[in-house]
Design a protein around this ligand. Structure first.
Ligand code: SF4
Length: 250
């Protein structure tokens, strides 16, 4: 191991690359706060999102952090709202689905109809995630996500800044260039709290019935909607009229 590498225990981090992506992420967040206010951060409370929450809250940036409380999250994931309150004194804003829409879907199709087809799954995501997301984004100039390019086939062209025409605002992915090892190096070296499910084989965490642990060597998003093809594995947060929107780099 050269002196330019950091051994995290499970993977090696290139120190120079880490310093670069960390400085870039801090600069991106500062620029969002200065030039795109009001801005919001859509946190799923997973590892990447805890990096961003820590960077935002330590720097006291005027960026609102919210999460989509779908009604189907793991208790461990919801527990992260408490951990953030205890650690930073910050109250994450929760956006919940319209109860009438949930009730209509469940009574017509059943509680777990998302297993039946991609269409049923996307309709559940539309009710529990897309509609609440649209409410959360309304009135803002920019939104932030913790997506990384290396996470899956559907994210291989991810840019740090995108023109999100569907929502009429800029979308930022400050961790687009980060590796998984760099995320964990940041969390561990800064004592940032993280979802305990990550230690139980869940690298990617969504709703409880749609997420499973993965085996060593599997793609990090293999545990999300595992019964579907890799190409369809997005929650629809970038979908309009049932079609994936191609978001252009800004
Ligand atoms: S991830 Fe599963 S439970 Fe959650 S909104 Fe989508 S289909 Fe519904």
């Amino acid at each position: 191991m050269s002196t330019a590498e950091i051994n995290t225990g499970t993977a090696t981090v290139d120190a120079a690359h880490f310093e670069t992506v960390l400085a870039d992420a801090k600069a991106t967040l500062a620029r969002i706060a200065a030039e795109f206010s009001p801005a919001v951060f859509a946190s799923s409370l997973a590892a990447e999102d805890m990096v961003l929450a820590d960077l935002i809250l330590r720097a006291k940036l005027p960026i609102t952090i919210f999460t989509l409380e779908t009604g189907r999250l793991h208790a461990e994931t919801l527990g992260m709202v408490d951990r953030i309150r205890e650690t930073y004194g910050y109250e994450v804003v929760l956006y919940k689905p319209e109860q009438a829409a949930v009730d209509a879907y469940v009574s017509a199709n059943g509680l777990n109809a998302f297993y039946d087809s991609v269409e049923m799954r996307k309709e559940c995501c539309r009710i529990r995630k897309v509609e609440p997301l649209n409410r959360a984004l309304a009135g803002n100039k920019a939104w932030i996500t913790g997506q990384r390019r290396a996470q899956s086939t559907t994210r291989s062209e991810l840019a740090v800044q995108e023109d999100d025409a569907a929502h009429g605002m800029q979308k930022f992915n400050p961790l687009a260039d980060w590796t998984e090892a760099e995320v964990w190096h940041y969390l561990k070296s800064n004592q940032v709290p993280y979802n305990p499910l990550h230690d139980k084989g869940y690298p990617s965490i969504g709703c409880e019935p749609c997420t499973r642990a993965i085996q060593p060597g599997e793609d990090v998003r293999a545990g999300r909607w595992w019964w579907e093809n890799p190409e369809s594995k997005e929650c629809g947060l970038h979908v309009v009229d049932g079609k994936l929107i191609r978001i252009k780099s800004a």
